[in-house]
Ligand binder design. Structure first.
Ligand code: URP
Ligand code: ZN
Ligand code: ZN
Length: 515
């Protein structure tokens, strides 16, 4: 399909300008003022609209088998919903169960995703056990044929996905060698397991137990002030402790690190602290942590509270969402994702008598772009160019994500030669988010009732109009797998030199005389 998008305001990460855009064969062919209409071409009028690169969500779990259930949004419903919200690419996680191998699970995920995806997708791989075969298959996964350039390590979910610190450290070293980005779920699995049992023994079985098993300590005003002045290297909460630990281990292994789902100020502060010291670390808050807080866990309606159960939990501190958005605006956090992993009400109810059995995960894939726009741009914290940067790869419109995952400028930019993944964004339109109108399969929405100003009016995926006039027009399997190459320059540029400079050297000594 050929398209001419006329009279729009194009927004890239570095520039806003008025232009027409010509799209043919799924690629942007021309950008300029007053492009004349080729005969018979479809024209889309973007007057008073922004024309932005499609969003990239770098963190999804579609149809994930997890905690005895399978996430209800699959690669069809999930990617359809994504397109209706302006996201045109996702990066989903292959998570091998303990009895599987990376290669087997990779094939499993491809066989689930390929026939169903409605937008382009890539894969990141979780490392859930550590042995010589995993080491070998990690290398295989980074070959062009498989297209994986990031590996995720869970420091939580004891007995399921978690790796121990020494395994994590060796994994980081291997990632560094392979030019693959290490991603981390930063929590303290063993401590959470002990605390959860203590709470259950005290009769605390409801969703509040989920957040109580990962408490945020209240700090005095004096300490808060010192923290703000960056004079105190202290992270007083389990997510922050694990984030700090992960940053230290990554630096020791000379490996770039990407912290997924940053949920608390403490974790964000740990990232900022290590970046200040020169560490290559990226932080990804998610739609949920930017727009909701942990007060929901204390709701008297059990089901309401259970819908928000995810790990790490939403912060009990109601100023956290705003603070995380401020950090995105300031460049201390770098892109947004969703961690979309949806279980419906009946599935959540499995944990009615034991909060540790509530399947963990929330929605966000459909609403991320509008939520980030609302909290970031509509609120006046970030300008539309920054919005593109923080949302493109998963951050809504995703130039940063595209750079981190080495697919820029194919994705994440409106440029000649780039994929025609384009959104016509109406900053003056608004909507109320609701499960009754959303396109996801899950039967609730954690943003229910939230008004968002700024909506994806038209979504174009690889040159095809897939969302317009509030209607989807998609075909299962029309999306393509996008292989990701290792050694992203945005992430790895300094690593070889750092490896050389920090290589351990033995002290040269005279031969030791016999004693
Ligand atoms: O609660 C969550 N976050 N569920 C999805 C799995 C994960 O930890 O990313
Ligand atoms: Zn996680
Ligand atoms: Zn996740």
């Amino acid at each position: 399909m050929s398209l001419l998008i006329k009279n729009g305001t194009v927004v890239n990460e570095d520039r806003i300008f008025s232009a027409d855009i010509l799209v043919m064969d799924g690629i942007i062919q021309d950008i300029g003022s007053y492009i004349t209409e080729p005969e018979g071409i479809r024209v889309l009028d973007a007057t008073d609209r922004l024309v932005i690169p499609g969003g990239i969500d770098p963190h999804t779990h579609l149809q994930l088998p997890f905690m005895g259930e399978i996430a209800v949004d699959d690669f069809y419903t999930g990617t359809r919903a994504a397109l209706s919200g302006g996201t045109t690419m996702i990066i989903d996680f292959v998570i091998p169960p303990k009895d599987s191998t990376p290669l087997e699970s990779y094939k499993q995920w491809r066989s689930w995703a390929d026939p169903k995806v409605c937008c382009d997708y890539a894969l990141s791989m979780a490392i859930t056990s550590w042995n010589s075969n995993v080491i070998k298959e990690m290398e295989l996964m980074t070959q062009a044929e498989y297209g994986i350039n990031s590996f995720k390590f869970f420091l939580a979910y004891s007995g399921m996905f978690m790796v121990r610190d020494e395994e994590f450290y060796q994994g980081l070293q291997h990632c560094s060698k392979l030019g693959a980005l290490a991603r981390v779920h930063a929590e303290n699995g063993p401590v959470i397991a002990v605390k959860s049992q203590e709470l259950l023994a005290k009769g605390i079985t409801g969703p509040e137990g989920h957040i109580l098993s990962r408490p945020e300590e209240v700090c005095s005003l004096k300490i808060m002030k010192l923290l703000r002045q960056n004079k105190l290297n202290m992270f007083i909460q389990l997510e922050a402790e694990a984030t700090n630990r992960a940053c230290i281990l990554a630096s020791q292994a000379n490996c770039p690190l990407y912290v997924v789902h940053v949920m608390s100020k403490g974790a964000a502060r740990a990232i900022a602290y290590h970046r200040e010291k020169g560490a290559i670390v990226f932080g990804e808050p998610i739609a949920a942590s930017l727009a909701t807080d942990g007060s929901h866990y204390y709701n008297r309606d059990w089901l309401h509270a259970a819908r928000y159960v995810m790990s790490p939990p939403l912060s009990r501190d109601s100023s956290t969402p705003n603070a995380l958005m401020d950090l995105l605006a300031a460049g201390e956090l770098h892109l947004t994702g969703t961690d979309n992993c949806t279980f419906n009400c009946q599935q959540k109810s499995i944990g009615r008598h034991d909060f540790t059995k509530i399947p963990n995960g929330v929605n966000g894939l459909e609403d991320r772009m509008s939520v980030v726009w609302e909290k970031g741009v509509h609120s006046g914290k970030i300008d539309p160019m920054r919005f593109v940067q923080i949302t493109r790869l998963k951050i809504l419109f995703s130039s940063t994500a595209a750079k981190i995952f080495n697919i820029y400028p194919k994705k994440g930019r409106i440029a000649v030669g780039s994929d025609a993944d384009i959104v016509i964004w109406n900053p003056n339109s608004s909507k109320i988010i609701s499960k009754d109108s959303h396109h996801q399969a899950v039967d609730y929405n954690i943003f229910e009732g939230m008004e968002v100003h700024g909506v994806a009016e038209t979504t174009i995926s690889k040159g095809k109009v897939v969302w317009e006039n509030n209607r989807l027009s998609v075909k299962a399997g029309s999306g393509q797998f996008v292989p990701l190459a290792p050694f992203s320059p945005y992430v790895f540029a300094t690593i070889p030199q750092r490896t050389k400079m920090t290589a351990p050297r033995a002290v040269s000594r005279e031969p030791t005389p016999p004693i």
